[in-house]
Design a protein around this ligand. Sequence first.
Ligand code: UD1
Ligand code: MG
Length: 419
Amino acid sequence: MGNFPTIILAAGKGTRMKSKVPKILHPVCGKPLIQYVIDTVSAVGSLKICVVIGHQAHSVKKYLGNKVTTIVQKKLLGTADAVKIAGRYLRNHKGNVLVLCGDTPLLNKNTIKQLIQCHQKSKAICTFLTAFVEDSTRYGRVIRDEKGSPIAIREEKDASRLEKNINEINVGVYCFKGEELLKGLEAIKVNPRKKEYYLTDIIDILSKRGKKIETVTTQDHQEGIGVNTREDLAFVESVVRKRILENFMRQGVTIVDPLTTYIDADAKIGQDTVIRPFTVIENSVRIGRRCIIGPFARLRPGTRIGNNAEVGNFAEISRSELGDYTLMKHFSFLGDAQVGSRVNIGAGTVTANYDGRRKNKTRIRDGAFIGSDSILVAPVTIGKKAITGAGCVVTKGKVVPDKGVVVGVPAKLISKSKR
Ligand code: UD1
Ligand code: MG
């Protein structure tokens, strides 16, 4: 349905963010803003996505890679100019085009589908998305004639006192008939106040030419939030976080306290796992079924946890795997570790995985028992059912044999366990 060209505007400076990082690369729940928009339009069925980049184009391009087409807007002359530049990408395209901003991560795919459907059904030249908000200050207002038809979008700086009272805003998602879009763009004049070409001026132009313009209004006004400031970023983060947690709860994961649980957008958690308060679960973490995580646990990217495992308070795990029924119940750090099943990681266990130059692996085989306060200086291997004594330091390169018992500093093999 939505399989027509999509232009995402993402070249802007994001001045109001006051950041050296391009606005659209700022993460929300571990995922850059722009990725939300790309994922949404992909879910709608858009196969041809063109992102207009400009400010710090190099780093944005580096992030986007070859997943989408990118076009560089060299001078940031406004949203209309950005679409014009993307026009090259539309060459020979006679059909419809979807245009949206890269800074609206809360957009729902169903709303965009609805917009496209309305546009196709009504045969309008332009259909755009609106929302009613309490505070419309930072948005373009929708101006309608006495019959209620949209005739213009007025940006804050240009709005009259009366227009400033309008609380129906332009979300920044538009469906255009391709040829009419390109023709309309030609007529847009530079905005005298901002010295930019506003895409939103096209509504006035098309309306004066008697072209049919439609709008779709979303009931969920939050959807339309554009991230322009750090406050917006924090607000959007809170909305996305809530959505993520609700989704997990619907899938059968217990979140004891949603207010103090932070889970990134692409984490996966199995049924009947319980997440206790003050827990942070970052990007790409995978947790199996029936685990207990937290309170106060931090699982960092690259962590994979099997089924029935427990990770307790003040545990930090990074780029590591934990097998089924493994317990790590008290303050410990595991980095670059491969831990088998039914392993006990004693309180205070630390993998010294970084030697100042590179990250090294720790392997802990099935059934091993790591005594409290063990330091494992990687690379190191602890064999199956082996035991490390409390307070020992297993030095770099050491391989503790299966069932071996090591104690002391540096750890020495003293016997074989009967476990
Ligand atoms: C824009 C709309 C406004 C709407 C709001 C919704 C215009 C003139 N105004 O305002 O009506 O209510 O979005 O969030 O379009 N960009 C470029 N090149 C440029 C300038 C901007 O690619 O030269 C990109 C930005 O990276 C951004 C998007 O266009 O992703 C919108 O620009 P932004 O400056 O955020 O516009 P708003 O002031 O939010
Ligand atoms: Mg914006």
